[in-house]
Design a protein around this ligand. Structure first.
Ligand code: NAD
Ligand code: MG
Length: 392
């Protein structure tokens, strides 16, 4: 039996890489549904290639455009644009696995819907877990869903940890998340204010979406990943460490009580963790080139510079603060990054917006998706106001 897959965010960097892996194994996987925000042309191509039952667009106008073009091309794909359409395709009874590859908090509701329906959930959308926190993990457990990390660091840690998660607490000394350090690892901190969106979106090893590219450049991506690791592996924040490794060959490591360290290595290609998540515990070809050890230059490691990357430490700070603080941090960062990409905020002030929003928004109860979305909205409003004060 083929596994039926829903890809949330199919037109993005992770979405297209997922379809690349799926296309290599037509005997094992078929696409049940695809979703995108506004990219009608790419969605049309994906529909022609994968013939899903459903395609979801974020607005009625884009849904109408897609429906018209599908009709012109004689393709029988049902287009949905209802507010809960993402939840529908994430929880549909016929779906086996859901790839969560939407960027930002917008992906939380459909990921929770997949979890509630007990699906196999492949999670790239780290913001969903940073916003959802304990509620997200409780939902996964309560409904018997299988959560498989796609973020390369978390996929690495997942592969290095013992199978029996009840042993992690006693056996593991710490998780070592590796970080590339992004394009400004060696840049003079005094010149950070001059960085343009184009410079920030040019990552040394990967082509990624614009939001995560900026997050990699500020290292807020690693801050979000520390929070992601805390929830995925139920690890105390002080047992999660970050080390810079510019070559991105070692994707992360687990250090055990006896000082032994296990690492997962591979070429920096997101199809590796995607293939791992799709097939786990089996292994399938990902299409990524093999690591050629004869050609590898040195693998180097260094400490992250807190002056250059002040945002990194907000993760531990937010994890020690009342629940919901990570939701506030994520919302602030989404607003600050959007303002930077819009050229309304300078690069070095992304951190100022994050810090001030954390200081001025007190999280209330976070017992439901509605609570979380209300807190997210409140934090966004506050972050907008702060970003406007810091505007160029
Ligand atoms: P991207 O910007 O390339 O793609 C985002 C996708 O989500 C697109 O299909 C877009 O249409 C859709 N989308 C955006 N906003 C939406 C909204 N409001 N409602 C519905 N759909 C929406 O992003 P990406 O680089 O593929 O990253 C996706 C997620 O995976 C992010 O959470 C990112 O942190 C994570 N991730 C990405 C990489 C990578 O290499 N790109 C690596 C690890 C983790
Ligand atoms: Mg990552």
């Amino acid at each position: 039996m083929k596994q039926k897959i829903t890809v949330l965010g199919s037109t993005g960097s992770i979405g297209t890489n997922t379809l690349d892996v799926v296309a290599r194994h037509p005997d094992q996987y078929e696409i049940f549904a695809l979703s995108a925000s506004t990219q009608v042309d790419l969605m049309l191509k994906q529909c022609a290639q994968f013939k899903p039952r459903f395609a979801v667009m974020a607005s009625p106008a884009h849904a109408q455009q897609l429906a018209d073009q599908l009709k012109q091309n004689g393709l029988a794909v049902q287009v949905l644009d209802a507010p809960d359409a993402l939840e529908t395709i994430a929880s549909h009874p016929e779906v086996d696995a859901v790839m969560g590859a939407i960027v930002g908090a917008a992906g939380l509701a459909p990921c929770l819907a997949a979890a509630k329906a007990g699906k196999r959930l492949l999670l790239a959308n780290k913001e969903a877990l940073v916003v959802g926190g304990a509620l997200f993990m409780d939902t996964v457990k309560r409904h018997g869903a299988t959560l498989l990390p796609i973020d390369s660091e978390h996929s690495a840690i997942f592969q290095c940890l013992p199978e029996d998660s009840s042993t992690w607490g006693e056996r593991v000394d710490c998780l070592l998340l590796t970080a590339s350090g992004g394009p400004f690892r060696q840049r003079d901190p005094a010149t950070l204010s001059e960085i343009t969106p184009e410079q920030a979106c040019t990552h040394p090893n990967f082509s990624m979406g614009r939001k995560i590219s900026v997050d990699s450049a500020t290292m807020m991506n690693k801050a979000l990943e520390v929070i992601e690791a805390r929830w995925l592996f139920d690890m105390a924040p002080e047992k999660i460490k970050v080390v810079i490794h510019p070559q991105q060959i070692v994707h992360s490591m687990v250090q055990f009580k006896d000082s032994s360290v296990l690492a997962q290595l591979g070429t920096p290609d997101m199809r590796v963790p995607i293939a791992c998540g799709l097939a786990w515990p089996e292994r399938i070809a990902s299409g990524a080139p093999l690591l050629d050890f004869a050609k590898l230059a040195a693998l180097t490691f260094e400490e992250a510079d807190a002056k250059r990357f002040p945002g990194l430490h907000l993760s531990w700070q937010a994890l020690r603060a009342p629940e919901g603080t990570t939701t506030v941090l994520n919302a602030a960062n989404e607003i600050a990054v959007a303002a930077f990409l819009d050229r309304r905020l300078s690069f070095d002030r992304i951190h100022a917006v994050n810090l001030q929003t954390l200081e001025s928004v007190q999280p209330g109860p976070v017992a439901s998706l509605e609570d979380l979305m209300a807190l997210d909205a409140r934090a966004r409003e506050q972050a907008q106001a702060i970003a406007a004060q810091w505007a160029r």
